[in-house]
Design a protein around this ligand. Structure first.
Ligand SMILES: Nc1nc2c(ncn2[C@@H]2O[C@H](COP(=O)(O)OP(=O)(O)OP(=O)(O)O)[C@@H](O)[C@H]2O)c(=O)[nH]1
Ligand SMILES: [Mg+2]
Length: 248
């Protein structure tokens, strides 16, 4: 194992970080050696962003990146695509969406495929997330399409999980009730510029409060317009509250 490469990754060199991730991805047998070569900072929060296809996850991640950069944070972003092979066209959307950050010194963005493990996370996602926690980042964002039960896996790895829904998600809320709805910490009603957004948000509150769960904040539902950045500052505060509560 190339210890210089690992050391450079640990010092925050993006190129070395990218090479280590490729090694973890393609040579799982070397993953352990890489992980044991770095100091994983367990206090680095992992923010999971999941939700139905097209709900605006990438747009929201883009807006969150902007907000965290303003705070001087170093940010790692993993985009996990459930179906398409690595570097496929489907990831182009994310590239365009987060385009402005690709060359930014505070932002490291990496796309992963889930290699056909239907709907689930890439098998190495947990390892890669841990690895990033040892590369000097202040937080790690993980975007994955929430298509079903197996997405609940992200929750196990994330410090806080955001479920991104849209005003039209009505039926999906029922559909996902058994899985993601139960596991998410913060419910983001994105595209709140669309008709029915308020009604949907209040219906969601009713559904959530009818359950037996308790939440870290009085109201885990937040309305945002990711394209305009509306509500993103409040969302960031909510995330901070969750992370702080979790550490105590
Ligand atoms: N009207 C409106 N459109 C939005 C908003 N946020 C995102 N969109 C649009 O919704 C579309 C999908 O956005 P993405 O950010 O790619 O959604 P996604 O959830 O990452 O999509 P996948 O990764 O393919 O599942 C894009 O055309 C966005 O411009 C919003 O707040 N309001
Ligand atoms: Mg996306």
């Amino acid at each position: 194992m190339d210890t210089t490469l690992i050391h450079q990754a640990e010092c925050g060199d993006f190129r070395s970080i990218a090479r280590c991730i490729s090694l973890i991805e393609h040579h799982p047998d070397e993953a352990q050696a890489i992980l044991s070569g770095i100091n994983i900072n367990s206090s680095v929060p992992v923010i999971g962003i999941t939700g139905p296809p097209g709900s605006g996850k990438s747009t929201l991640v883009d807006a969150l990146i902007g907000a965290y950069i303003g705070d001087g944070k170093q940010i790692a972003v993993l985009c996990v695509d459930p179906s398409s092979p690595f570097h496929s066209g489907a990831l182009l959307g994310d590239r365009i969406r987060m385009n402005r950050w690709y060359e930014h010194p505070q932002v490291f963005i990496r796309s992963l495929s889930s290699r056909g493990s239907l709907g689930g996370l890439h098998p190495g996602t947990g390892t890669i997330t841990d690895f990033l926690k040892g590369c000097g980042f202040d937080l790690v964002l993980v975007e994955t399409v929430g298509v079903g039960q197996s997405e609940v896996e992200i929750v196990r790895q994330a410090t806080v999980t955001l479920l991104v829904l849209v005003p039209e998600s009505g039926d999906e809320v029922q559909f996902m009730k058994s899985g993601l709805m139960e596991a998410a910490d913060i419910f983001v009603v994105n595209k709140s510029d669309r008709p029915g957004a308020e009604r949907f948000a209040s219906r969601l509150r009713t559904v959530l409060h009818a359950g037996t769960r308790t939440f870290a904040v009085p109201d885990p539902v937040i309305s945002v317009i990711a394209t305009e950045g509306n509500g993103v500052a409040s969302l960031k505060e909510m995330i901070t509250t969750f992370v702080t509560n979790k550490k105590q």
